[in-house]
Ligand binder design. Sequence first.
Ligand code: NAD
Ligand code: MG
Length: 395
Amino acid sequence: MTPPVRKIAVLGATGSIGGSTLDVIARHPDRFRATVLTAQRNVDGLAALCATHRPELAVIADPALEGQLAQRLRAAGVHCEVASGHDALTAAAAGPLCDTVVAAIVGAAGLDSSLAAARSGKRLLLANKESIVMAGELLLRALAEGGGELIPVDSEHNAIFQCLPGGRPDLEASGVRKLILTASGGPFRGRTRAELAGVTPDEACKHPKWSMGRKISVDSATLMNKGLEVIEAHYLFGAPVDRIDVLVHPQSLVHSLVEYLDGSVLAQLGNPDMRTAIAHALAWPTRVDAGVSVLDLAASGALVFEKPDLATFRCLALAYQALRAGGDAPAILNAANEVAVEAFLAGGLPFLSIPDLVESVLMELPRADVVDVQSLVERDRMAREVARRVLRCAC
Ligand code: NAD
Ligand code: MG
């Protein structure tokens, strides 16, 4: 029997993950339909996507741009509902127009919509790792209350999901010894601190294997991306911090591994193309063609694995430290990192100062227990304020 057509909200449709998701959706009109598309400010990009995918609702996060979007859509002959603002975006994630939500907004801005999708029992395809880093327990609680399901889209977590029996089982009962996240090492793998002193945003965003948005590209260059992913793995799979390892694998063909008590190590392999993880998560538990070329292991050369250099790439060590501290320390780490990356991309902070800034904020705001979303958002705000002050003093 063919499964019913999934009605999919793509939050962050104009981004890198959004584009890959829409590519997979368009390949399977009998299985998937994009019913809600959203963007922050890119009116032209969103209008073009609406003309191609004909959603029922388009949401632009910046309310000042709603009129412009409506006008563009009218001119293109697209008759969909138009809304604007953060609340409209959150409501769309929980609303009746979709049964599946692809959380592909970048940064903490994606938290409310991820939570709303979880609470309302949708299938949540989580790319927006920042929301689970910030609010891991709250997000899992919302998911349990809503009765929906979370399928990770981050390639490493999607790989682990595929290597575990039944997706997100009890690790102890399943005989899992370790989760091993692979990392490409980013564009600066092998460099010394001295060689990193003057690197530019464009150099940091030139990832050797993956094509991604600018924020995650910088996170990959600092290894903060892997740090956020260690925290993400902790919450997604209930893994204690000491059972999550990172292995640098520059070819980016092995997307992660699971080590079992009996000595078996299961890995998921594939070309570095996010459409594989997205297609897996959209179609799960079935499989569909993702449009990804076949992995040719005979042609790929040697697969190399090495330990990460935590002394040069301090962000990964800081993320482990925040996870060990617990409470809202991961949220503080995330907020400080977002400010630092923004400043680096704007040319206002040297690459090597990114971990320094994050560390200063973690020191100034010792961990507190996570009580609810409101207090977490307040702590996120405080962390950004401290980060901006430290930045001003450093200039
Ligand atoms: P991107 O910058 O290419 O796209 C971000 C999208 O979010 C855009 O559509 C933008 O309009 C929207 N957006 C940004 N700020 C917003 C706001 N304040 N309110 C509403 N919408 C907003 O980013 P990306 O590379 O696609 O990454 C998206 C998320 O997926 C990130 O959390 C990233 O860590 C995660 N992720 C990305 C990749 C990848 O290959 N790109 C891989 C794994 C995980
Ligand atoms: Mg990843």
